[in-house]
Ligand binder design. Structure first.
Ligand SMILES: [Zn+2]
Length: 130
């Protein structure tokens, strides 16, 4: 053993926060609307997780919206769009490591952790100055 047999340390992908078993491999945004006779509220929840968990979250919200999303005039118009959006996202969701890395970096920045250095970074605040 000369110490060179050890594999390089790679940054680990966090586990899916929904199941805790598989790694985070995709991002999806669940959208839904709830009508309240004269008003309506639109909700939006971005999620990171494994593909099966995100698909089940999207399908669960689409199923809930089939029953709960119709109770105002504007919700009548928006609900079918959001149901189709969630269904199509569930069907076509694929692992996207680049998108996951982007969202994880944004969360690290938002949490105040040290920013991850990237190659060729420039001071963008000075770019637009004359
Ligand atoms: Zn999962």
């Amino acid at each position: 053993m000369d110490g060179q047999d050890q594999p390089p340390v790679e940054p680990r992908t966090p586990l899916c926060p929904l199941c805790g078993v598989r790694p985070v491999e995709a991002a999806a945004t669940v959208v839904w609307v709830r009508g309240r006779v004269w008003t309506r509220e639109v909700f939006r929840r971005p999620l990171l997780g494994c593909v099966p968990c995100l698909q089940s979250a999207l399908l669960a919200e689409a199923a809930k919206s089939l029953f709960l999303g119709w109770f105002s005039l504007s919700a009548l118009a928006l609900n079918p769009i959001f149901i189709l959006f969630n269904l199509s996202r569930a069907i076509f969701l694929r692992p996207r490591p680049d998108v996951v890395a982007f969202h994880l970096a944004r969360r690290r920045e938002a949490s105040g952790a040290a920013p991850v250095p990237c190659g060729g970074s420039a001071d963008l605040s000075a770019a637009g100055r004359p």
